[in-house]
Design a binder for this molecule. Structure first.
Ligand code: ZN
Length: 321
């Protein structure tokens, strides 16, 4: 029996899956990334995590057919390196793939985490049976992956699918990428939390004031919770975030004409508070035939989307090489 290892290297956690070749996951385990201590420390944590997963299942290294790793950040698919990553400080032009191949003497495949998650949803999740779909991850930031004719669409440099950086509001708020008015600066979890803090600072009447007194800070979930209780300021913040998300989805739909958009990530758990208005704003702004054809549904693989996508990509890679 041969096995595969699959890793989702995130800013907070490293999720590792050990799976039977063409079979199910036998172990799924999470380790802290320790990103703040820099790339060498992350490298150490990753190798130690791989060792531990194999050791606990009693699988020796020589039983492994390959390793797949997806990571957060701008990933150059053609040079196989992480150009930079807002969530992994110090990671600049790092070829994780070369380094892992040298260290482990195994076939290694690396990928951007959003592409891996999209491929996971396409093969195992809400996108099964579709040919053209887009997966959007709505959390602290906004990530995206595009599947066209059953393949990840990468663009000329490998940077396609940066849905969070669709410019939706001219001269809007400053985004983490350095530009203004990106979708991420208006509809992400951090944008919603920031809008909540700004409302308090501007002296608006909101129950978020109490939240800040009790918990010391405002998160997106606080704003969603306050909106559910009828807080007008919070309702307005959520409505605005949903409006821009729907408009950005219309842009995607007009360009790509997908049959499906899957929406996952921590914030998507808010359910119909997001889905109903986003579908409405999408339909208002998209051209009619594409807008009527596309479904917007919850992604179903949750945090496992990336490691599952990497397992499928690794199987394909091993067959072709
Ligand atoms: Zn941006």
């Amino acid at each position: 029996m041969e096995y595969l290892l699959s890793v989702d290297l995130g800013g907070t956690n490293i999720l590792i899956a050990l799976a039977k070749r063409k079979g199910e996951i036998v172990r799924l385990q999470q380790f802290p990334t320790g990103a703040a201590a820099g790339p060498e420390s992350v490298w150490h944590n990753l190798l130690a995590g791989l060792e531990e997963v194999l050791c606990r299942e009693g699988i020796p290294w020589h039983k492994l057919a390959g390793l797949g790793v997806c990571a957060a950040g701008f990933f150059d698919y053609y040079t196989r390196s992480i150009i930079s990553s807002p969530n992994l400080p110090g990671w600049e032009n790092i070829s994780l793939e070369e380094r892992l191949k040298e260290k482990l003497c195994l076939p290694v495949l690396t990928e951007n985490d959003a592409n891996a998650a999209a491929f996971g949803e396409f093969i195992f999740g809400a996108g099964r049976g579709k040919r053209n779909m887009v997966n959007v991850t709505l959390g602290t930031g906004i990530g995206g992956g595009i599947i066209i004719d059953g393949k990840i669409y990468r663009g000329s440099g490998g940077f396609a699918g940066e849905i969070g950086h669709i410019p939706v509001l001219p001269e809007g708020p400053l985004c983490g990428c350095g530009r203004r008015g990106c979708l991420e600066s208006l509809s992400s979890g951090s944008a919603i939390a920031r809008a909540g803090r700004a409302a308090i600072a501007e002296g608006e009447q909101t129950i978020l004031k109490k939240v800040i007194q009790n918990s010391g800070g405002i998160t997106a979930s606080h704003v969603f919770e306050a909106a559910r209780k009828g807080d007008a300021v919070s309702v307005k913040i959520i409505e605005r975030a949903n409006y821009y998300l729907g408009r950005a989805f219309a842009t995607i739909v007009n360009i790509l004409n997908p049959s499906l958009i899957t929406l996952g990530g921590g914030m998507a758990r808010a359910g119909e508070t997001i889905f109903t208005p986003v579908r409405l704003h999408l339909k208002e702004a998209a051209i009619r035939p594409s807008g009527e054809m596309v479904e917007v549904v919850p992604a179903i693989l949750g945090e496992e989307a990336g490691v599952r996508g990497m397992l499928a990509l690794l199987e394909q890679h091993l067959l072709q090489n």
